[in-house]
Design a protein around this ligand. Structure first.
Ligand code: MG
Length: 380
């Protein structure tokens, strides 16, 4: 029996993790759950999964929950509560599924406690990949990717030698605007951007998919997870999202991981690894898929992807600045304050504003995350 803590249990990954756990009551026990504000859903989850501890980061909502459920389980509050929960000893797997930079600090607590990190929060590796990978090896923790592309690559690499990898090929659906011309993107609406063709996800990652920043962040995530240089990580547009990613080896042979899209698959693998558990979330029927296709990504149209490749090359504090500027820009777009094409503009301005610093410590990363947010808020 493995004890599981889910950071971000009301989000799409959190809910799907519980959908997986529900199928295997003799293999997994929910130890802890966390939400920001959604105490309605959390209460349902508490009643069904009976965790020892929950965290509500919004303090008012935490008090409200306390009044509703009494002492059914212990309730921690605020961001301190997240750190406290992830720092507990008596659990096995930390599912890191918070949105954005907020996932970094509690994930570090889990690493320090030598836990398995089932990583869905790609920002953790984007902003602090160097620190995180060193910490994982010095603490003896392990990180298993939940992101579908990285799970695919992880699975393709099982039993293979790192030295025999030619390159990783990350697939991308291309998002809702794949067929639009660049000038048409000026006027796209929030609801058009939120209408992802293949995946149902939270708002932030759905907008990131529409700008292709999501793929950019995933390239950086792949660099750290698999310890490979930029030249060995390719992106290809594959609109059907059936091939979740591929690995090419030095003899020209390519392995791919394939299934109809369903996040429960990579989540279950991150929980069950190195085993596979029997489940049938999706039945992949090739004649029904009918056709799969591939296109070169258009980095002139989707500038965010180019910016992500650039900061990966620059290294240092640049990925942190890109990530913070993107988080604020996406938030402003979702609130109707800026247009879609202002997202890359804002990121470029933020990257120009600060000098890069190589090998930043954690304090510097937190400082520049805040400075970048303040800068973007001051100009828009
Ligand atoms: Mg992904």
């Amino acid at each position: 029996m493995k004890n599981v803590i889910i950071l971000g249990s009301s989000g799409s990954i959190g809910v799907n993790t519980l959908n997986v756990i529900r199928e295997f009551p003799d293999k997994f026990k929910v130890k802890g759950l966390t939400v920001n504000k959604n105490i309605g859903l959390l209460e349902e989850q508490i009643n069904e999964f009976n965790p020892d501890t929950v965290v509500v980061t919004d303090e008012e909502k935490a008090q409200e929950l306390e009044q509703k459920i009494g002492n059914k389980c212990s309730i921690l509050k605020g961001e301190k509560g997240l750190l406290q929960l992830a720092g507990y000893d008596d659990y096995d797997i930390l599912v890191s599924a918070l949105v954005g930079f907020a996932g970094l600090a509690p994930t570090i607590e889990g690493i320090k406690k030598k836990k398995r990190i089932a990583l869905a929060n790609k920002e953790t590796l984007v902003v602090a990949g160097e620190i995180i990978t060193k910490l994982i090896s010095s603490c003896g923790s392990e990180m298993i990717p939940v992101d579908s592309e990285h799970s695919a690559i992880f699975q393709c690499l099982e039993g293979e030698k790192k030295s025999e990898v030619q390159k990783l090929i990350l697939t991308a659906s291309g998002g809702p605007f794949r067929k639009k011309e660049k000038h048409e993107l000026q006027k796209v609406t929030i609801s058009e951007a939120l209408n992802h063709p293949n995946w149902s996800m939270g708002n932030k990652i759905t907008i990131d998919s529409a700008t292709m920043m999501n793929k950019g962040l995933e390239v950086i995530e792949a660099k750290w997870l698999f310890n490979l240089p930029k030249e060995k990580i390719d992106v290809i547009i594959h609109p059907q999202s059936v091939i979740h990613s591929m690995v090419e080896f030095i003899d020209g042979s390519i392995k791919a991981q394939i299934s109809l899209p369903d996040m429960k698959l990579p989540i279950q693998y991150a929980l069950s690894y190195p085993e596979r558990f029997s489940s049938r979330y999706v039945e992949t029927n090739f004649p029904e898929i009918h056709q799969i296709s591939f296109y070169e990504p258009d980095i002139d149209k989707f500038e965010c992807l180019k910016l992500a490749y650039n900061v990966m090359e620059s290294g240092g504090i640049a990925p942190c600045i890109l990530n913070a500027a993107n988080e604020i820009a996406v938030d402003k777009f979702l609130k109707g304050k800026i247009g879609f094409m202002q997202i890359p503009e804002i990121i470029k301005k933020a990257l120009n504003e600060f000098e890069n610093i190589q090998s930043p410590c954690l304090e510097t990363i937190f400082e520049f995350d805040r400075k970048t947010r303040d800068f973007v808020n001051s100009i828009y």
